[in-house]
Design a protein around this ligand. Structure first.
Ligand SMILES: O=P(O)(O)OC[C@H]1O[C@H](OP(=O)(O)OP(=O)(O)O)[C@H](O)[C@@H]1O
Ligand SMILES: Nc1ncnc2[nH]cnc12
Length: 190
């Protein structure tokens, strides 16, 4: 039996929760995907390969062995589950974008609106080397408010976003358009 395509595998394991965390929101719960050893490995490997496999960003590469990014940046909290694993698979380090008040040294910060609320993200000002190429990772791209804020922080501290990679994109909410001109990779769109 052949394995299903990755988007079908993710779709078959993820769970939709209507009206969570507020009425009208369909929450895409990916925790069962992360809990499945085989699916988690495939997801992590696909995210790590996402820049390399995209001809649009081939120009960013430094040679055949170059994967198109130097470091992985992950967004608290669910993005952390992915970012550390992707960095390990890619052989890079990992840098956190955190919710407000968690980082101990000098930070840049950005307020933002997401599908079901508002929040503030922060990043250490010295967390990236100027010019360092970043793969920005999160679990869900909904309105794009979170990742737009994270892109802004990466750029403020001198990073260059190679691509934004997520497990699931909700295209009806327009996040991809909001992140233009940055390249967005999604393993599943629903
Ligand atoms: O595209 P958007 O509309 O901005 O929504 C996407 C964001 O929402 C979720 O995070 P949440 O703020 O719920 O935090 P969590 O990871 O701590 O659960 C998700 O992990 C993304 O970061
Ligand atoms: N519909 C949704 N499901 C899961 N996480 C989200 N983050 C923002 N919108 C979401």
């Amino acid at each position: 039996m052949t394995a299903p395509p990755l988007d079908q595998l993710i779709a078959s394991i993820a769970v939709d929760i209507p009206d969570f965390p507020e009425p009208g929101v369909v929450f895409r719960d990916l925790t069962p995907v992360f809990a499945d050893a085989g699916a988690f490995r495939l997801v992590v490997e696909a995210l790590a390969a996402s820049v390399l496999e995209d001809p649009r960003v081939a120009a960013l590469g430094g040679g055949p062995a170059d994967q198109g990014f130097d470091v992985v940046v992950g967004v608290e909290a669910r993005g952390f589950l992915l970012a550390a694993a992707v960095a390990l698979a890619a052989g890079t380090g990992v840098v956190p974008v955190r919710k407000a008040g968690k980082l101990p040294r000098q930070t840049v910060s950005a307020d933002y609106v997401l599908e079901y609320g508002t929040a503030t993200l922060e990043m250490h000002t010295d967390s990236l080397v100027p010019g360092q190429r970043v793969l920005l990772v999160d679990d869900v791209l909904a309105t794009g408010g979170t990742l737009e804020a994270a892109v802004g922080l990466v750029e403020q501290v001198g990073g260059v976003v190679s691509a934004v990679s997520v497990v699931v994109e909700l295209p009806a909410l327009g996040g991809r358009e909001r992140l233009r001109p940055h390249t967005v990779h999604a393993l599943w769109a629903t």
